[in-house]
Ligand binder design. Structure first.
Ligand SMILES: *Cc1c(COP(=O)(O)O)cnc(C)c1O
Length: 344
């Protein structure tokens, strides 16, 4: 597979911006008079490392990938946008997404003037590789799969993903924003096998850092180099890099947190299933539950009145009468259940 053939010609031809810290990147002491910074020392008077080397080196150990296989973005949303700008020719190329799935792929496609083709999931939200492969045409540059899928919460079957990876000669993105709640290995273990693979993860969910905006893409070096060429030079600020380093030094704490959220998810699911207004709770490998109620619209409004805010997903495909509920603290979950009981 030749990645080059998938890249937009203007990006291939582009000469990347060379920042001051590209041209002199030694970490030792030096008199830096090359970047027009303010010389008076504070935590942030210098530009940050444009390649976030320290963060990537810690992250590489935790994620079992090489530092050269990591891109860091201002949230996964930056990585998603860059994928469009690197690979998709506006007004010509298209992408294939599943239906339903995370809304940002469609928005980003719209911003970049890229057509989207939707391949329905099965009614139980499992992946139908045949539907995706049928949807692909000669102008399809990227297929986006989300596993565990938002808003349904379920992991996609690995063999089904591989079936797509085996026969699609474009970029395959597997968005694993919720993988830490799933108890399975990342699809990134297949990076050697699939040169066209990009796995997205984020610090926004399990890592509890939605406020700092930090997302990861794992891919082979050739693709990572393209990300680096197109990204703004200093896309991850110094404060975010420092905060991430600090959090990465204590992965045990995050792991405990994840175990608790999973236990609460399973408890919340059982409690919801015992309520008469609940038709079903879809199986979840994430930190949220998609719940089918007999009267979602009414319940949604009543919950808002009680200042409990969930997400109305009743308009998405197969999401009839469904609300998406994020797993909260034990107190928040109990309040939700008590409120729903009182509303029966
Ligand atoms: C929440 C979420 C993200 C995370 O986006 P960030 O920009 O990293 O906060 C990515 N993909 C999916 C499917 C999500 O639900």
């Amino acid at each position: 597979m030749e990645i080059e053939k998938l890249v937009r010609p203007n990006i291939l031809a582009l000469k990347a911006y060379s920042s001051a810290r590209d041209e002199y990147s030694s970490t030792g002491e030096a008199v830096l008079l090359d970047a027009n910074e303010n010389p008076y020392k504070s935590a942030v008077n210098r530009y940050p490392d444009p390649y976030q080397r320290e963060v990537k080196s810690k992250l590489a150990e935790i994620k079992s990938v090489k530092p050269s296989q990591i891109f860091l973005g201002n949230g996964s949303d930056e990585a998603i946008d860059l994928i469009f700008r690197i690979f998709c020719e506006p007004g010509k190329d298209n992408i294939v997404i599943t239906d339903p799935t995370y809304g940002m792929y469609e928005v980003s496609a719209g911003i970049n003037n890229i057509e989207i083709i939707k391949a329905p999931l099965n009614t139980d939200f499992s992946l139908d590789p045949g539907a995706v492969l049928t949807a692909i045409n000669e102008n399809t540059k990227v297929v986006f799969l989300c596993s565990p899928n938002n808003p349904s919460g379920n992991l996609l079957d690995e063999a089904a993903i591989e079936k797509i990876a085996d026969s699609f000669n474009g970029i395959l993105v597997v968005d694993e924003a919720y993988i830490d709640f799933a108890g399975t290995a990342s699809f990134a273990k297949n990076l050697d096998k699939y040169k066209q693979l990009i796995v997205l993860q984020t610090f926004s969910k399990a890592w509890g850092m939605a406020g700092v905006r930090l997302g990861m893409a794992f891919a082979n070096q050739e693709i990572i180099s393209l990300f680096n060429k197109v990204k703004p030079p200093y896309n991850i600020n110094e404060l975010t890099q420092q905060y991430a380093l600090q959090q990465l030094s204590n992965p045990e704490l995050i792991r405990k947190n994840i175990v608790q959220i999973i236990a609460e998810r399973d408890k919340l699911k059982r409690e919801l299933e015992s309520l008469p207004s609940v038709d079903m709770v879809f199986p979840s490998d994430s930190n949220f539950l998609l719940v089918r109620f007999s009267n979602a619209k009414t319940l949604f409004d009543q919950l808002v009145e009680k200042k409990i805010i969930v997400r109305d997903r009743s308009k998405v495909r197969f999401g009839d009468n469904c609300l998406r509920i994020t797993v909260g603290t034990p107190e928040e979950n109990n309040l939700l259940i008590d409120t729903l009981k009182a509303l029966q």
